[in-house]
Design a protein around this ligand. Structure first.
Ligand SMILES: [Zn+2]
Length: 262
């Protein structure tokens, strides 16, 4: 399989997975980059996977479906134009000979889902892969537009529990700004400092920082580390004496801190 991050808008990626003949894409907010890639690589589009309803993830779906006849899959609980095969946790999707399991990961939106495949061989290496939309980013997580801190924490726990070598295919190139925030939260995290340096190098060469890996994110992403004493203490200190003490409360403080971080 070939895994490609097609740039769209200012900082979105539309993930494309193809076997040289058939392709699937994830969250095509714009149809044009997908049409261009299909033509350039002489591929047929067989499936469109949607993680949540935001327009920068769905704007190109109708044009792609109408032009290619691709099957469209998306979350059961969100308002996405029909026809659509509606999915929730426990459901699966088969395409390109791969089996994807659907995970419910609410928080960014109320019905957000992710797609997990236990084994995908890319560039000769077999590893799991997850298309996680705007739930988990490298070094960060999505904003809580429709969900609570407790919901997002549970969703991130679910993703963090995937195998360490899982390729994390997020939909935005937010990594460098996320890592600046992560350094403010955990200035003594050496793994974070060296990952930041590596990502700065990739961006300087105009390369994506993605996909990331679950084991990397466990080591550097403050939103997967909010229960660690150093991270929780930083979030509480930032918020002052009245800071809540429970896990979801601390996670919420961390998310609010990031919202205002420059
Ligand atoms: Zn979104």
């Amino acid at each position: 399989m070939n895994l490609i991050a097609l740039p769209a808008f200012t900082d979105n990626y539309i993930w494309m997975l193809h076997d040289g003949t058939q392709a699937l894409v994830v969250d095509p907010g714009d149809a044009q980059p997908v049409f261009d890639a299909l033509q350039r690589l002489a591929l047929q589009l067989s499936a469109i996977l949607v993680t949540h309803h935001h327009p920068d993830h769905t704007g190109g779906v109708a044009a792609l479906r109408d032009a290619t006849g691709a099957a469209v899959y998306g979350p059961a609980a969100e308002r996405i134009p029909e026809p659509l095969q509606r999915l929730r946790e426990g459901d699966g999707v088969s395409c390109l000979g791969l089996a994807f399991d659907v995970l419910d990961v609410p928080g960014h939106t109320a019905g957000h889902i992710a797609y997990y495949a236990a084994q995908v061989t890319v560039d000769g290496t077999a590893a799991p892969l997850v298309f996680c939309g705007d739930t988990l980013f490298s070094g960060g997580c999505g904003r809580l537009f429709e969900g609570t801190p407790a919901q997002m924490l549970a969703s991130l726990d679910k993703l963090a529990a995937l195998p360490g070598d899982t390729r994390v295919c997020c939909t935005h190139e937010y990594t460098l700004s996320n890592l600046r925030f992560a350094r403010a939260v955990e200035p003594a995290n050496d793994a974070l400092a060296s990952y930041q340096q590596a990502c700065e190098g990739r961006r300087a060469r105009q390369q994506p920082t993605l996909p990331s890996r679950i084991d990397t994110e466990r080591a550097i992403n403050p939103f997967l580390r909010s229960r660690l004493p150093a991270v929780a203490a930083a979030a509480r200190a930032r918020a002052g004496a009245a800071a809540p003490a429970d896990e979801a409360g601390v996670f919420g403080l961390l998310r609010e801190w990031k919202n205002g971080f420059q």
